[in-house]
Every structure is written in C-alpha cells, then in structure tokens.
Design a protein around this ligand. Structure first.
Ligand code: FAD
Length: 480
C-alpha cells in the first residue's frame, strides 16, 4: 500500500489523525501540501496567517524528513484546480489511498468532495478524518435531531457525549514516537512538478518580518506549540480569574497553533482533563473555564456545517441584514489604524496590527465598537480580522463577529452594547495595556488615561459613545 497524506491546517506529526492512519495502514507514505493563494486571498486570509502556516510547514517538513517521509509542495491558484492535480499526482506516485483531515467551511467541503469524486474515477479511496474538532460536526444534536443554536445546551450535550465526567470515550491523542515503525518513503524525485522547497512567500502575499525565527513574536512549529501548552499548564488554575485582563499574560495564546494545527484540540483537552481528574465541568474553576472555551471553538465549527449560509457572508439572523449598516470608509480607517480617540479600542487595534494577535476581551470590545457604536457592517470588521490575525479562523472569527454584532446564534442581546470606557476601567484599571500600545498617552494618570482630555497628540473620539449606543439599540429594536 502506498499512501499519500494531504496536509492542510493540521501541520504536526503528533496526534495527526490522517497521518496516523496512513502510517498504520501503508507500507510507504509521502505527504503533500497544496497552496492556493488566489482562493486564500478570496477568503481574506492575510499575510500573518499565511506566513505562519508556511513557517510551520517548513518545520514539519524537517520533522517528517527525519522520519523519512518526504513532504512535497505544490502551488496552484485556486481550489478548483485541486481535483485534477490530485488525480495526476495520485497516478504519478502510484498511490493506493489518500488521507486527509476534514475541513469545514463550505468551499473547503466542496473542494474535498470534488477531490473524492475525481479520485473515485481512478479507484483511489480518500479518507477524511475527524481531527480539527473533538467530535465530528453533526454529532451533537438536540432531542429532536437538530443542530444546536445556543451554546449552553450544546455544551451540556457535548460533555455528555464525551462521557460526562469520564473522558474515556474522547479520542486520545495518538503519539508517534521517533522509533515507531515508520513506513518507508516514496522515491519520486524528478518525475513531475512537485517540489520540496517551501517558498517564503506566495504570489499576492508578503512575508511577515521574521526575527530570530519568530513571526510577530510567535515561534512557528509543533515543538513551540507543545512548549506553550506545557507552560500554560502551570498557569491554568488562574485562568478564570485573570483571563479578562489584557495586561496579564493569562490565556494560553495557543490560537495560532490550534488554527494551523501545530497542536491538536485533543492534546489541549487531554492536558486539561488529566489535570482536572477527567472532569469537563467542576473541579478547578480555571481548568473548567478553559475547557469551556475549547467547547466554544467546537460549537462555532459545528455551526458551519449545520448552517451553510454562515459561509456565504450571511448573518445567522436574516432580519439583521435590514440594519442600515454604515459604509463610512473614513471612520473604518480610523478603527483599523487604532486612531478612534477611544484609548482601549486604539490600544487593541494596535496590538492586532503589531503582533497579529488580540486579547479576547478586546476582540469583543472593538467588534462591539465597530458594529454598534459606528454601526459599520460587521463583515468589514470580520474581514479586517481575517486579514490581520495570525489565528484567523473562519469559524471562530465569524462566530465572534456575529456574536458581537447581535446577528448570530446565541449572540449578545442587541440592547447589551459594550461601553468601551467602562470596559477599559474594569479590565485595564491602571492603564498598563493602553500605555503599552498607545505611547502618546503614557504620561497620563490612571484616572485620565481611559478617556483623555483633548490634546495635540491624541485625537478626540470619533463618536459619542452614549448617543451612538442609544441609536444602535433603536435601530435593532425597530427590526422587531
Ligand atoms: P484561550 O483563552 O487560551 O482559549 C483557548 C482556545 O480556545 C483558543 O486558542 C481558541 O482556540 C479557543 N477559544 C477561546 N475563546 C474562543 C471563542 N470565543 N470562540 C472560539 N474559540 C475560542 N479565535 C480564533 O482562534 N481565531 C479567530 O479568528 C478569532 N476571531 C475572533 C473574533 C472576535 C470578534 C471574537 C470576539 C473572538 C474571536 N476569536 C477567534 C476567539 C478568541 O478571541 C480567541 O480564540 C482567543 O483570544 C485566542 O487566545 P488564546 O489562545 O490565548 O485563548
């Protein structure tokens, strides 16, 4: 048996379901990665997420080579070209089976089903494995067999299906040891246009500046991800108390790794469950709170499959498309650049622009500010996040934006609009986070920094937070 593993956002060796199955069932294995920069661009995937993906891929190529598995790189433009290319590759490599981990946004699913159909014609089976989520999307259903639209009951049923307080039925991470019985590699040099050189950048993309092997402060690869998980393990008990304070490094910061698959969701859940005696809820507050966040990730990914309209730029609640959204380019630019005159919003946007990551509390604050106070179409914000986040994940990002804009499943009720000034005072009381990212305000005292007096070097707020909040509530109320 000759097997080919098609890698996508699952860039690791340990606990990689598709790789595991291929290595167990085939005598010879090779891996392939197919870049489709034109489609990625059309999905708004920006320089940070793509650079990070390529950097993780280079690391993985090295680790696979140590195990004598070649990783080939193929550059196409669009998903639509993949099925034909895959048939040619399968024929050239004389592949008996293709293995990949399932992906869930609509275009990815269409691509994968087209590849399946194309390979059927040459009798090559393909196995799409559940790997990105703990349970396969569609597995968690209401009593009447529907998909959940509300998080809390989804969470309860999810936990029940994962075995309640006993996590035995949850798939265990599969370890692959160096001295495991690895399949031999497929010798294919010089036969076709597959290459083993992974480029630093792709057409239409710019490489993100790299310092000491780190992209925007993030070290790529599976080893760095595992190290971060081990470090977070030491702090996880304090997660619930400290996770909302952006000046404190209290969250795991695993999202870029989870997104490109340098670490698996099972490895994360397993670490936390083991510490918490197998309990999803109860036990340590810090751990159960973190596990709950992993279930949010699961929830949003499951929603993509149950509600395909989410992948078509549609709000989950269709009536919210009647909101007279603003398309004010000028105000949008101020928001993007972190120049709104509202310090916490500006600090957050500058954190995103400078580091490719933003603290969760601030993602909610800036998303609410854009979609409610500025009443700018949430899709503009969603797009900007996709283009600038290292962890840009369609499911979590779309879910987060629709939550903040009150257009989604189990979204924030429309009349609960975040007040950025109170959020700032509550979660960055001494202005430490603001001072880090808005140096113009560094000299201000703790009282003034959240809502600074007019000055020459910092702009006045681009909107009146109180009035714009009232207006947004009226607009949403009128939809009823
Ligand atoms: P931790 O707090 O340590 O949580 C652990 C993991 O749980 C995260 O890495 C992530 O995979 C998952 N998680 C945590 N919170 C959420 C959540 N609310 N929804 C879904 N998954 C969650 N997350 C992304 O991974 N990619 C995105 O593109 C993204 N866009 C967002 C946009 C908005 C408007 C909002 C409000 C949230 C968004 N999130 C996104 C969710 C969340 O902000 C990030 O996952 C989190 O800040 C990542 O930091 P961390 O790894 O330290 O998280």
């Amino acid at each position: 048996q000759r097997g080919l593993v098609w890698l996508r956002n699952d860039l690791r060796i340990q606990d990689n379901t598709a790789l595991y199955h291929a290595a167990r069932s085939c005598a010879q294995v090779a891996a392939i990665f197919i870049a489709c920069p034109q489609t990625w661009r059309s999905h708004d995937e920006g320089d940070p997420v793509v650079s990070f993906r390529l950097a993780c891929l280079r690391e993985l190529q090295q680790s696979l080579a140590e195990r004598h598995i070649p990783l080939y790189f193929l550059e196409l433009q669009k998903f639509a070209q993949v099925p034909r290319a895959m048939v040619q590759i399968a024929q050239k490599l004389k592949i008996d089976a293709l293995f990949a981990n399932a992906e869930y946004p609509l275009n990815e699913r269409r691509r994968d089903s087209d590849v399946r159909e194309a390979l059927k014609k040459i009798d090559v089976p393909i196995e799409y494995c559940t790997d990105r989520t703990l349970l396969p999307p569609g597995a968690v259903k209401t009593g009447s067999g529907d998909a959940y639209k509300v998080f809390t009951p989804f969470k309860h049923t999810f936990i029940e299906q994962c075995g309640g307080t006993d996590f035995a039925p949850l798939p265990q991470p599969r370890t692959m040891e160096e001295d495991d019985n690895w399949p031999s590699w497929i010798e294919v040099r010089g036969e076709h246009n597959l290459v083993q050189t992974i480029p630093a950048q792709l057409p239409g993309y710019h490489a993100v500046p790299e310092k000491k092997g780190e992209l925007l402060g993030w070290k790529p690869g599976e080893k760095a991800a595992a190290k971060r998980l081990r470090e977070f393990r030491e702090d996880i008990d304090g997660y619930e108390d400290e996770r909302d304070y952006p000046a404190i490094d209290a969250t795991s910061r695993l999202s870029p790794y989870l997104n490109c698959g340098a670490i698996s969701i099972r490895q994360c859940a397993h670490m936390a469950l083991t510490l918490n005696n197998g309990q999803w809820a109860g036990g340590s507050d810090g751990i159960s709170c973190w596990l709950s966040e992993l279930i949010w990730r699961e929830f949003y990914t499951h929603l993509l499959v149950a509600f395909p309209q989410l992948s078509k730029h549609k709000p989950f609640k269709p009536e919210t498309d009647k909101v007279p959204w603003s398309y004010d380019q000028d105000k949008f630019r101020h928001w993007c650049d972190g120049k709104t005159g509202v310090p916490i919003v500006d600090a957050a946007m500058r954190q995103l622009n400078q580091t490719g990551w933003m603290h969760n509390r601030l993602r909610m604050v800036v998303a609410s500010f854009l979609s409610k106070n500025l009443l700018i179409d949430w899709r503009w914000g969603e797009r900007y996040f996709m283009q600038h986040l290292l962890d840009a994940d369609f499911a979590a990002n779309n879910g987060g934006w629709q939550w903040a804009a009150s257009t989604g499943t189990d979204a924030a009720p429309y009349f609960r609009v975040f007040n950025p000034y109170s959020q700032s005072k509550k979660f960055d009381r001494h202005g430490e986070f603001i001072r880090d990212f808005v140096p113009e305000l560094r000299e201000l005292g703790d009282d003034e920094i959240h809502c600074p007096p007019p000055s020459q070097n910092y702009p006045p707020p681009i909107c009146d937070v109180g009035q714009s909040r009232k207006h947004a509530i009226e607009v949403f109320a009128a939809l009823k």
